[in-house]
Design a binder for this molecule. Structure first.
Ligand code: GLN
Length: 270
């Protein structure tokens, strides 16, 4: 590695207040084709454009994903959702059917498909742009997932007898949206904002999608900081049982899941 260039790039990043300047400089040099490109990326990074967009690729669950403007960057926290689903895989039938709502880059659907090859999974998003990344990521990782452009709150397509629904919806509150880190402001607002209290998508998706699950089928959500109890409550109000909460690497309750109750337990039998 060109030490002089590494030092120059580190200095550009440090001047912009980038915390891990040395490490990011190394990644930028590994990615850039020429010294000019490395400096140019560093100048943009120094203005707090997300490193992931500048590099164009990011790692999630040991896999590589293309990312860029218009799609949410996969986060390590979201690996908790994949782990939680895989932990319950013995309860899945031989050929399970799943949907990943608000799929974005497709990272959840693709990580699940990698570890559950028999899974028939459809990734759904309202953004054609995001789905463009998802499709590219499926090709790059050589995995077969279906992609569908639809509004998950009022879907035009219908599903039935699903074994699994996973979803990392937008969940930031109005207050959190006001205080976003500069980097996060580059990401699509519609992938972040979950209404005044951040819970709009949990309320609506749970009600709209519940009946698409078979009895005993699982609905698993990623949730925002301190939302786990409220989301567990939404699941139980909608007739889900066996509700579990799973913590992320930082000890934050990050995933809430439940199973659709068997017929008759809703109290609506007529
Ligand atoms: N985890 C993201 C953040 O903290 C939010 C993503 C989402 O709303 N699902 O910025």
């Amino acid at each position: 590695m060109n030490i002089e260039l590494l030092e120059a790039v580190t200095a550009i990043l440090r001047a912009g207040g980038i915390e891990d300047a040395g490490l990011e400089a190394k990644w930028i040099l590994e990615d850039a084709g020429t010294p000019e490109q490395a400096r140019e990326i560093a100048q943009r990074r120094a203005k707090h454009e997300p490193l992931q967009y500048l590099l164009g690729k990011w790692e999630f669950y040991g896999m590589q994903f293309y990312v860029g403007e218009g799609v949410l960057i996969p986060r390590a926290d979201t690996e908790t959702l994949v782990d939680a689903v895989l932990a319950g895989k013995q309860q899945l039938p031989e050929k399970p059917a799943a949907v990943d709502l608000c799929t974005g880059s497709g990272c959840i659907a693709l990580a699940l498909k990698r570890h559950l090859p028999q899974l028939a999974v459809t990734g759904i998003d309202s953004s054609e742009k995001a789905l463009g990344y998802a499709k590219r990521n499926a090709g790059y990782n050589r995995l077969a997932v279906q992609w569908l452009c639809d509004d998950v709150l009022a879907p035009k397509h219908s599903f039935a007898m699903l074994d699994l629904i996973v979803c990392n919806p937008p969940y930031l509150t109005a207050d959190e949206m006001e205080q976003l880190q500069t980097e996060v402001r580059y990401e699509p607002r519609e992938a972040l904002f979950g209404g005044a209290d951040g819970l709009d998508f949990y309320r609506q998706i749970t009600a709209v999608w519940r009946d698409a699950l078979r009895h005993g089928g699982m609905l698993a959500y990623e949730v925002g900081f301190s939302q786990a109890d409220a989301v567990a409550e939404i699941l139980s109000e909608n007739g889900f049982s066996g509700i579990e909460k799973h913590r992320d690497y930082n000890g934050v309750e990050r995933v809430v899941l439940g199973r659709r109750c068997s017929a008759g337990l809703h109290g609506i039998t007529a």
